[in-house]
Design a binder for this molecule. Structure first.
Ligand code: SDX
Length: 384
């Protein structure tokens, strides 16, 4: 509890929930989370059903329309996304000229904000949502190519979001397995109720500001290591363990030492899930198979040892960020891009919630408990 609350009798204020824990602020059709059972539903469909059957583009349509598209609608959405993947020249020039050492999430935040200037005058929110969904992968891949001294690879007018992202990032067409893995990761990260970045998006929408400001703010929120930034932190933790102690490192001793120092282990714990995050189940399987295929078995074995230790010591389970890190690493993607991949998926959930907030808006404006003195006498500066 915050220091200044220590000497306050909070029993007088039963309605204070720090971090708005457990507070229901909206009704929504976008997702349902049962934290006790570890269940996640996107607009009527269980995440396991979607993981096994849906493409990311189908999930985008589902979240935007509260129903799955028919074949014609899906083709139309895919065509729209393919047509809009290229970036305005001014945005590409920003990416080419910004500091190569910039944080990818900061470049993504800035470039997405710039996109508003280049939208057609008659474009509406659904057009903006498609434009951002189509262009965010291009922004991320272009910056990574530029900072590595490589030519920017333009998107192709075919293939899925996952296909184009890996193609633009690596300069070669991905194999079917890699594309499907990336597509599944995009499905799993698309939507998750009132997480901090989605709440941020809705708060901006509630002032009747526009969708680019709402998404830019959400990107800033996702960037934090307590939220989407955790996947990058997980990978950096594992790679530091390897650098420090080699592949023979002891992940149990490492985990226990961090817990001893009261340090948080990134990729574990969740405000809502009190059992295993259902998304982690799918990512865990992918991490296992990919690390076997790519010679990173030790990373997967360390991960499972950390999972066991955290369960035994703190009864805490891994969240979506824990195994996604080793999945992306096994796909050959560098750690500081992982939160960007989270963002290029969550753009679908953010924009779906923007539409929902706008449909039935009420300004989001909670209260805070004032805990300082009141009406103090004025003392001139020379007498203070
Ligand atoms: C995401 O909200 C969403 O839906 C988010 C997300 C989405 O899809 O949008 O699911 C994505 O952001 C997942 C979370 C990624 N963040 C991390 O992995 C960072 C590490 N996790 C923790 O910081 C923490 O678990 C949070 C922030 C995720 C949740 O924190 P809470 O609900 O505020 O819980 P807390 O910090 O009060 O912890 C409760 C107890 C504490 O122990 P005590 O002090 O009571 O003894 O659990 C402990 C904490 O110390 N704890 C951890 C821990 N997480 C909680 N201890 C060690 N390592 C951890 N990771």
């Amino acid at each position: 509890m915050a220091d200044h609350l220590q000497n306050i009798d909070l029993s007088e204020y039963p309605y204070i929930n720090r971090g708005l824990e457990g507070i229901v602020a909206f009704s929504t059709t976008k997702s349902f989370i049962d934290g006790a059972k570890g269940e996640l539903i996107y607009s009527g469909y269980n995440i396991d059903t979607l993981a096994e059957n849906a493409t990311f583009e189908e999930v985008c349509f589902l979240l935007w329309n509260d129903r799955l598209p028919d074949a014609g609608e899906l083709n139309e959405l895919n065509s729209r996304l393919q047509a809009e993947r290229e970036l305005p020249e001014v945005v590409l020039n920003y990416i080419r000229n910004t500091d190569k050492n910039s944080e990818p999430m900061a470049v993504l935040r800035t470039a997405v904000s710039m996109l508003q200037d280049f939208q057609p005058a008659d474009a509406v929110d659904t057009d903006h949502a498609i434009a951002m969904t189509a262009k965010m992968p291009t922004i991320i891949a272009a910056f990574d190519r530029v900072r590595n001294g490589l030519d920017v690879v333009a998107p192709v007018k075919k293939g899925s979001t996952a296909f184009n992202f890996l193609y633009m990032l690596n300069g070669e067409e991905p194999g079917t397995a890699s594309e499907r893995t990336m597509d599944l990761c995009l499905v799993l990260h698309a939507e998750h109720g009132m997480n901090a970045s989605t709440f941020t998006c809705r708060a901006v929408c509630s002032t009747e500001s526009e969708i680019f400001s709402a998404v830019t703010a959400a990107i800033g929120s996702l960037k934090g290591p307590l939220h989407g930034g955790a996947n990058t932190a997980v990978m950096n933790t594992l790679l530091k363990l390897k650098d420090d102690q080699g592949e023979g490192a002891d992940p149990v001793a490492f985990t226990l030492s961090k817990l001893e120092k009261k340090e948080k282990i990134m990729g574990f714990g969740h405000r809502v899930y009190k059992v295993l995050d259902p998304r982690a189940t799918h990512l865990r399987k992918m991490s296992k198979s990919l690390s076997d295929e790519t010679g990173h078995e030790y990373l997967y074995n360390w991960s499972e040892a950390m999972v066991k230790t955290m369960k035994e010591e703190k009864n805490i389970d891994p969240n979506v960020d824990f195994f996604s890190a080793t999945v992306y690493y096994s796909l050959g993607i560098v750690p500081d891009l992982y939160t960007c991949i989270f963002a290029m998926s969550r753009i679908s959930g953010w924009t779906a919630h923007f539409f929902e907030q706008k449909e039935n808006n009420r300004l989001i404006r909670p209260r805070a408990l004032y805990v300082a003195e009141k009406n103090k006498p004025w003392i001139p500066a020379e007498k203070r």
